[in-house]
Structures are given as C-alpha cells and as structure tokens.
Design a protein. Structure first.
Length: 135
C-alpha cells in the first residue's frame, strides 16, 4: 500500500470474540507500518467499531452495511472520524442524510467504470473500493 500510495482498509469481521487486547494488538501492527494513521478500520459490527474508537480516538473508522441506514449515521456522528461503506447500489437514493451530516461515503465493490461514473460518484460516494489497482 505504501509503495502505491494506497490507503489500506482493515476489516474486522463481525464474528469472533475480539478482546480489547486483540484489537489493540491489531492497531499496534497497523501503526507500526502506518504511524501517521493513514489506514482505516472497518466492520459491519457497530460494537466493534465502538470498541476500536475507545482504544484509539484518532484512527479513521467506517461502518459497513449493505445500504446507508440512520443508525449508522448516528453511530458515525457519535464516534467522529467515521464514514460509511455501502454496497454501490445502496448508495443510490439513500445517502442524502449522510451527506448532509458530512459523513464520507464509500461504495464497494465498484468494478464497472460506467456504473462508477454515472451512478455512484456524482450522487453520493467520495471513494470506492474496487478489485482494480488502476481505477
């Protein structure tokens, strides 16, 4: 990621027993390679996102979901430095409240360039997750 100037997204899966010590260990590894916190921690699980925030108040977080929901907007507003990662189709028509609250939206997995240009970026997402390095 550093060689190509990419911003890594570290996903903590929803299943599993993540103690504060385990999450802190993962954060310490990320900080070893990205001491300026140029990485992001994301999860479908709001409790995990909240747990990460309690351990590091500066790391950027993202709540992942299939669409943009009011509960995710509220979570991001309460935690600060938090965005929403949504399936590309979930961003269309569902993002106004997040945008109005200055919450950054990311579309995943966007591999169709026409879809990206015509439906996602102009309407809501400021970033995308893709399978292609050259997007």
């Amino acid at each position: 990621c550093r060689r190509f100037g990419m911003h890594p997204l570290i996903e903590i899966k929803s299943s599993g027993d993540y103690t504060d010590a385990k999450i802190k260990e993962a954060l310490d590894i990320c900080l070893k390679y990205f001491p300026n916190r140029n990485f992001e921690v994301m999860s479908f699980n709001a409790d995990i996102i909240t747990q990460v925030r309690a351990l590091d108040r500066f790391v950027y977080l993202s709540k992942v979901n299939i669409a943009v929901y009011a509960a995710d907007i509220d979570l991001c507003l309460s935690l600060g430095r938090c965005g929403i990662v949504s399936a590309g189709s979930g961003l269309i028509g569902n993002a106004t409240d997040a945008i109005d609250n200055n919450i950054e939206l990311t579309g995943w997995t966007i591999n169709n360039f026409n879809y990206l240009d015509e439906r996602i970026i102009p309407n809501s997402a400021s970033r995308v997750i893709t399978d292609y390095i050259n997007i």
